[in-house]
Design a protein around this ligand. Sequence first.
Ligand code: PLP
Length: 414
Amino acid sequence: MDYFKYRNNTLYCEGIPVKKIVKKYNTPLFIYSQKTILEHFSKLKNAFSQIKPLICYSVKANSNLSILKLLVKAGAGLDIVSGGELYRAKKVKCNPKKIVYASVGKTEGEIKEAIVQGIFMFNVESINELKRIDKIAKKLGKKVKVSLRLNPDVESKTHKYITTGKKETKFGIDKKSAREVLLGADKYKNLIISGIHLHIGSQIIESSPFVSALSKTKKFLKQLPKIKNLEFLNIGGGLGIIYGNEKPQTAKEFARNILPLLKNIGLKVILEPGRFIMGNAGILVTKVLYNKESYNKRFIVVDAAMNDFIRPSLYSAYHKIISINKKKSLKKNKAADIVGPVCESGDFLGKGRKISVSEDDYLAVFGAGAYGTSMSSNYNSRCRGPEVLVKGKRSYKIKERESYQDLIKKEIII
Ligand code: PLP
C-alpha cells in the first residue's frame, strides 16, 4: 500500500504531481509519502493492539532525521546499530527508554555513550560483548538492561545476505551459550539480563520462519528454570513488502499467526520493523539521459546509479520502474536494461524492462524508501540528491543535494 498513484496519466505522491517536485528539486531525487509511513506504522500497531508492544523503528532502513522525528512523534521507539544512529536518535529527542541497540560489533566508545544516554537495553550478540558491557557498566557505576540475541538457526527464505537467523551467520548467540548465560546471570553484576532478542532476516514474506523461530525460542525457554529478571521478548523486524508480484503477509495476518505464540509467554513484546514502514513509502526519481543500442541490446541510461540505490546491484532486487507520465510507459518496446552512469557492469536499476521512453523523460523507481538513501554512497564522486517528504499537497525538503565541496570536505591534500 502506498500513496504514489497515477491521476490523469501523471504520477502523484499524495496530492502533488511528482513532476512538480522534480521541477523544484531536480534529479536524482527521493520522495517520501508521510501518509504511507504513518499508515504502515499504525497497521502494525493496530494488528498487535492486544499486547501493546513497544515498536522500535529500525533506523537503518531510512535514517533521515525528519523521518525519525515523524515516527518518534507517532509513538515509536528506535532500534539502533551504531553510535551514529544513537546520535540521530538523540537529535530527534527520542526517549532513551525507547531505544534498543543491536550490532555484532559495538565498540567500547559506543557502549559507553549508550549507557551514559540511558538507553532502554542492548541486544547482545556474543558472550564477550556481554562481558564488555558489564565491565563498562561497572566503571560507570550503572546497572544495564540487556537482551540476549538468540540465533535460533532457522531458514528465513529470503536473500542470503539478509538472512540473519541461521547458525552460519555472524548474528546472535547459540542456544547452548545463551542457556549458560541465563543460568549464570548473577555473574554479570552490572547487567540485568532481561530479555531475549530475535531477528532472523529481512524481506520475509511468509509467517512460517517467524513461527518457527518463536516456537524454538519457546521450547528453549521452557527447558530453563524460571529466570529471575526475564521480562521482554524482542521479535525483531523482517516483515516483507511488495516490490513486484510478492504476496507478503499483511500486518494482521502476521499478528494472527504469531500472537498465539506470544500470548502466554509472560513476556512483554518489542518489535523492530524497518522495511515494512518505509519500503513502499518512497520512490527514487531519475531522468533518462540516453537511449542506447549496442550489439542489438537496448539500454536506458539514467542519472541515478548504484551509489544512490544499491539494492538492485547488491541483492539483484526487483523494483518496479515506471515513467512519471503514464502514456510514455504504455507502449511496449524491446526490453531494456535501465542503467546508471557508474563505471561498473553491476550498475543497474532494472533489467529487461519493456518500457518506452524518450530522452529527458523521468522514471520512478518504486519501493525505494527503505535501504535506499541509508545504503547510498559517493562512489564515482557522485553527489547524492535531495530527499523530499510530501504531506498532502505540500512537499518539504528534508535533505539538501550534496555539492562537490561536500565530497571533499574531510579530505586533506598533503
Ligand atoms: N532489527 C535488526 C536487529 C536488524 O538487523 C534489522 C535489519 O536488518 C531490523 C530490525 C529491521 O529489519 P526490516 O527492515 O526487515 O524490518
